[in-house]
Design a protein around this ligand. Structure first.
Ligand code: AMP
Length: 193
């Protein structure tokens, strides 16, 4: 018997591969501060098969969504975002830390654990109504992604979804994005392991 029609949309393509990719991510305890487990994706990126596979999985999930632009968040979001844009036949838009972009920008400040940070995007990077996919390596509290999503929308872009390699669900970021009506997709989750 098939699945009921009302079943929520899933991304089944990820299910069978999650463990493979997960085991390649390096955990660095107490970096950059005591109590934080840093999830180091450089061990995934340096492995040609794992890197290609992670980009394949993301491309597979969004290939039917007519993405015009992939917006990648500095800096690790550039790496996955640019590769994904190429696979999707989309353009790439950098969302950068304050002061890096040369032309006129839109800006959004957001709260960090200690203090504030600001993201910028060129004000002409996204045309009105363009379909934009937001990409970063990891979502934790969601402050970064939410600020970037607001930039895309302020520019007139239609946010297709927010995609991450890693989600740390305990920190609630994906839920925050979903509460704003955004579709969120992550290749893997770490829940305290
Ligand atoms: P947040 O705004 O809290 O969702 O933080 C997301 C940003 O911080 C991403 O750009 C991540 O690269 C980085 N980040 C936050 N927590 C971690 C972590 N535990 N391991 C690696 N990167 C992290």
């Amino acid at each position: 018997m098939g699945a009921p029609a009302s079943r929520p949309r899933r991304h089944p393509v990820f299910r069978e591969h999650v463990l493979d990719l997960k085991s390649i991510i390096r955990a660095i305890p107490d970096h950059p501060a005591p109590g934080i487990v840093f999830r180091d994706i450089t061990t995934l990126m340096r492995d040609p098969k794992a890197f290609a596979h992670s980009v394949d999985l993301l491309a597979e999930a969004f290939k039917a969504q007519e993405v015009d632009k992939v917006a990648g968040i500095e800096a690790r979001g550039f790496i996955f975002g640019a590769a994904l844009a190429d696979r999707l036949g989309a353009g790439f838009v950098p969302v950068r830390k304050l002061g890096k972009l040369p032309a006129a920008t839109l800006r959004r400040s957001y709260t960090l654990e200690y203090g504030e940070d600001t993201l910028e995007m060129h004000d002409d990077a996204v045309a009105d109504g363009e379909r934009v996919l937001l990409v970063d390596d990891l979502i934790a509290t969601g402050g970064t992604a939410l600020a970037a999503a607001e930039l895309v929308e302020e520019a007139g872009g239609a946010l297709v979804a927010c995609a991450f390699v890693i989600d740390l669900p305990a920190l609630g970021g994906a839920e925050r994005l979903r509460a704003r009506g955004h579709d969120v997709l992550s290749l893997m989750h770490f829940e305290g392991e």
